[in-house]
Design a protein around this ligand. Structure first.
Ligand code: NAD
Ligand code: UDP
Length: 311
């Protein structure tokens, strides 16, 4: 049994990770400030004597003895990370410093959930880990993109300078149950609009692409990465390489929900990356990992979740 800290553990991915780690027989400490996370996501774990929840903000130092740290704390949806952009940078950068400082002090292994956003609006397609990205440093997405890039820098500097045992993954668009109904990301927005019969709002032409990974696949990838041999640091892309336009996603959601919603095009989002698809050769080779749940099946499970949630 390992003792494992999950920051951002009450969020969408964090809650699935806590559950999986508990099911695997570990002791889990979930740390969250509930900015975008919710107690509802972890309520079903509360009775487990090996599960502990702590309200804490990662911008402040935190001390505990654990074997592993998964650092997920950071709002991930554009509307939430742009709500208080200075706080978003602090969460990524000071959160990384505080968690890396802890890992250094207690000799814990630490995994960072970085993002495909480090590639910005990419002019290399699909995106391999070697690509350094095309990021606007002063735009509305920069607080997230540059915050995550700086966090990666800190991870590698703590590794080089202090020998901290780091693992870095770059997550591409992941969706599934436990996304907050007001999360604002495209999959939850479209499903909720479709279920309510409201207009489905496509930002811009809808010809921009994303590659959507189902949450259970992603969690499997995170755990495999955390448990790789010493010296394997990443960064490693984790995502589903099947690429769709946002128009295709909207049509699929309408089909699967049987909704009468209309599709409407509204103003494009600022600095919206036009295409995104992971190269997952490294994940396949190093982690023996690839996604198993394709979009149609994953959307069905997510739609069922939102139907249950709305009673
Ligand atoms: P989420 O918003 O559901 O989860 C983030 C969690 O972090 C929430 O529970 C939130 O309350 C918590 N949090 C935010 N700021 C905090 C702070 N200062 N102190 C403590 N807790 C704080 O988002 P998610 O999709 O579950 O993302 C989890 C991680 O994965 C994030 O770091 C995100 O950047 C990364 N990621 C996710 C995706 C994706 O598609 N889901 C893609 C790339 C990267
Ligand atoms: N998007 C959209 N309608 C929405 C929400 C998002 O058309 O209601 C688009 C958005 O402009 C982007 C894509 O869907 O091109 C993915 O957006 P999301 O916020 O989910 O993630 P990210 O942009 O961070 O990949």
């Amino acid at each position: 049994m390992k003792k494992i800290l999950v920051t951002g553990g009450a969020g969408f991915l964090g809650s699935h990770l806590c559950e999986r780690l508990l099911n695997d027989g570990n002791e889990v400490i979930c740390l969250d400030n509930y900015f975008t996370g919710s107690k509802r996501n972890i309520m079903h774990l509360m009775g487990n004597p090996y599960f502990e929840v702590i309200r804490h903000d990662v911008t402040a130092p935190f001390f505990i003895e654990v074997d592993q740290i998964y650092n997920l704390a950071c709002p991930a949806s554009p509307i939430h990370y742009q709500y208080n952009p200075v706080k978003t940078v602090k969460t990524s950068v000071m959160g990384a410093i505080n968690m890396l400082g802890l890992a250094k002090r207690i000799h814990a292994r630490i995994l960072q959930t970085s993002t495909s956003e480090v590639y910005g609006d990419p002019n290399v397609h699909p995106q391999p880990e070697e690509y350094w990205g095309h990021v606007n440093p002063i735009g509305v997405r920069s607080c997230y993109d540059e915050g995550k890039r700086c966090a990666e820098t800190l991870f590698f500097d703590y590794h080089r300078q202090n020998n901290v045992d780091i693992k870095v993954v770059r997550i591409f668009n992941t969706y599934g149950p436990h996304m907050h109904p007001n999360d604002g990301r495209v999959v939850s927005n479209f499903i909720i609009q479709a279920l309510k019969g409201e207009d489905i709002t496509i930002y811009g032409s809808g010809e921009q692409t994303r590659s959507f990974c189902y949450c259970s696949d992603l969690i499997e990838g995170l755990i495999r990465m955390m448990n790789t041999a010493d010296g394997i640091t990443g960064p490693i892309n984790l995502g589903n390489p099947n690429e769709f336009t946002i128009n295709q996603l909207a049509e699929l959601v309408i089909e699967l929900t049987g909704s009468k919603s209309r599709i409407v095009h509204v103003a494009a989002a600022s600095d919206d990356p036009q295409q995104r698809q992971p190269v997952i050769t490294k994940a396949k080779e190093i982690l023996n990992w690839e996604p198993t749940v394709q979009l149609r099946e994953g959307l069905q499970k997510t739609i069922e979740y939102f139907i249950r949630l709305n009673g």
